[in-house]
Design a protein around this ligand. Sequence first.
Ligand code: BGC
Length: 549
Amino acid sequence: MPGEGERKISLVGATNVDRVEAPVTLKAYLMCAFAAFGGIFFGYDSGYISGVMGMDYFIHLFTGLPYPPPGATSDQRAYFTLPSWKKSLITSILSCGTFFGALIAGDLADFIGRRITIIAGCGIFIVGVILQTASTALGLLVAGRLIAGFGVGFVSAIIILYMSEIAPKKVRGAIVSGYQFCITVGILLASCVDYGTQNRTDTGSYRIPIAIQMLWAIILSTGLFFLPDSPRYYVKRGKLDLAAKVLARLRGQPIDSEYIQQELAEIVANHEYELQLIPQGSYFNSWHNCFKGGLRKPSSNLRRTILGTSLQMMQQWTGINFIFYFGTTFFQELGTIKNPFLISLVTTLVNVCSTPLSFWAIERFGRRPLLIWGAVGMFTCEFIVAIIGVTDGQNHAAVSAMIAFICFYIFFFATTWGPGAWVVIGEIFPLPIRSRGVGLATASNWLWNCIIAVITPYMVGTDKGNLGARVFFIWGSLCVLCWIYAYLLVYETKGLTLEQVDRMMEETTPRTSSKWVPTTTFAQEMGLTDKGMLDPAIVEDVERKGSVV
Ligand code: BGC
């Protein structure tokens, strides 16, 4: 058996644009879908902490305050709470870790591979969780959350990259939406576990919700251990024989089938094309490449990086985490709701149950219409909530109507912007900058997630901005911006291979992108021999450059 790189690889190139991807078996679909499980981390980790910080035992242990007596007045109960700075530190330190984790992971994924980076993320996460579980004071808890956040950053960025790169084009949107579905399940699981342990009067009250997360990491890393890495990663590293081998596994086809050859030839030819436009160079140069090409050219690397990072920022600007982080407090302050926890359980359930609709809608209607119409749906609901709130916010029936519209709003988010933002960031970057681009975009999601978590209490706190339902005017206005943004800037990427997306962004504008159809293949343009083989010089060049990256 020849060693890596020893075997001379020759590839049949496709001239037919429909032949650039192999047909796929059910087993292959399931392999691609498994990685979505990583979403559970994201959701659970952002979801469990608010419940834990409200638990009596936790407050008592982490503040030293005596328990409020039975029949305590509302003032006594209000006093028995974590100070705001502790809440803010405990919550936001995770996003700080995830922010840096996502950036670093983008780097690592090009060196050690997508799959191993995710497995490493699971390992780091487990260390962080063990520290948090062991903690009985603030220092260790915060350190544990920072380290766990690092791991979540690794997982959340690289799962998107991995899934987008291994999924077949017809179902790529649906498969990446599966990741969003797992995020929503994670949030739901977190509130159920919190609910189950909140009244315990021992360390189990917070240790159980924290420790349980190790299970997600163990399942994901064990599963990934048996899955292949992304063929595009191997192409980037110049290991084309390995790329062919994993592609054959992922598509469930024999390695020497023409389909596998043609799909690989297309990935190789596209990579060579991109390298000619922007050569790789040193480590710093490869980061610098994410910001090259200028602002004027819509397909430049800089524009794609701005598109990815701003799309994730806009996703946070929809205000969704206001509901998931502060929903309980908001409903309590409305005054008419007896069981705020139940209402927040309902909103979480609406989120879980609506998301699967996106599996179908994202492939049926495409990314662009989903983001445009999703924003319209969200701002309509948010403005209605705000208007009801300021006109008749104390009335029981009005509050029920507000809750109903908040649920419609979540429905719109869960079926459009929730999955859509993740799907699009996995698709818009060319291979030479893809891992860093996705890392940057994911880091932007966590950064804005954190900023919103920090400033929202000041906007709605009764002792601060006290905006009450008026805060929905702000979220509604931001959703209007999301609508304009999607209309002007988001490309339609449905049904294209990642290489075709790359070409489409060069040849069209967001508004005309849905009409774009591929007319040539990269293999054809970069050079096919008269026997229909990809020019061996390209293959050699990609192998040589990959080995020095
Ligand atoms: C967002 C999260 C949000 C979740 C809700 C994700 O796509 O990035 O911030 O909490 O959706 O389902």
